[in-house]
Write a protein that binds this ligand. Sequence first.
Ligand code: UT7
Length: 321
Amino acid sequence: MGTKIIGTGSCLPKTVVTNDDLSRIMDTSDEWISSRTGIRERHLAKEETTASMSVEAAKRAMENAGVTADEIDLIIVGTVSADHVTPACACEVQAAVGADRAVAFDVNAACSGFMFALNIAHVYLQAGIYRTALILGAETLSKIMDWDDRSTCVLFGDGAGAAVVRAESISGLLSFDQGSDGTKGGVLACTNRTNNNPLVKTSRELEYVHMDGQEVYKFAVTAVPASLHKVIEAAGLTVEDIDYFALHQANIRIIQSVAKRLKVSEDKFPISLDHCGNISAASVPILLDEMNRKGMLKPGMKIALSGFGGGLTWASAVVEW
Ligand code: UT7
């Protein structure tokens, strides 16, 4: 029994903000952003919310998979920017698509969120507990950015990506790996929660995303190749057998470094960060949906997926399309 990805969908906000647009509101330039990161523009939410983009991405994935709401057993959303503390974004998706039978919850694993959701769904499916799952990565990062910190706010964007996975008698997810290192949590953090307990008189200022970019960079260029080697070997494959590497879209230089370390042509690393920026948990599923809709994915192809980021966390998988 395999865990097969049978449909994908995505949704980006309508408003596109270019590097030049940003240079009009802060001290930055298209030259700095594009040469350091590969990002040219990103979509930022105005009327859209994490839930509204998730619902749209979910509907597109269900349509792409040919699956109806009553077939869905499980909904998991990877997100660090759900619209509310509760209800979970996954519960909002459940209500909007009418998946009445589904169990729904969110996972917080930052940029690895979609990959953690995929791996959790895989384990449920392989245990025979559920048959069909809707998994998403969705973020409205613009609302938790520090817009006075040009070294982080220019990197991120908003959006949602979804996939329908199903327990099938043909092979699908061949292997997975995931990990966390909580000792390095401060390297990429967002602590903007207030304490409303009257016994605890804190008047802490709200803190938004702050990141030690160079530490995250160093972590990514070692953790990602190691995790990819692990899943490729566990799948009984070699690096040469992989048709595409769909990585978290943080920075073109990280992707180039991973390609170099794996000794694989950069052509096997599709990119969406140029027009999306870094959308944390949504990066991998949006990229996968773009590849799917462009007709790049053929049955039997082997795709290596990898997410990495805050926590710190990382997760990879090899799937047969
Ligand atoms: O999802 C995972 C999340 N994060 C990542 O993957 C991030 C990984 N890290 C990176 O991608 C890079 O570290 C960055 C792109 C974030 C930064 O690149 P860097 O080469 O490490 O730059 P830096 O932070 O060392 O800054 C270099 C200079 C500084 O000026 P001085 O001190 O040399 O005069 C910064 O003040 O660039 C300046 N700078 C900017 N200049 C124009 C920082 N941000 C900007 C900006 N525009 N937006």
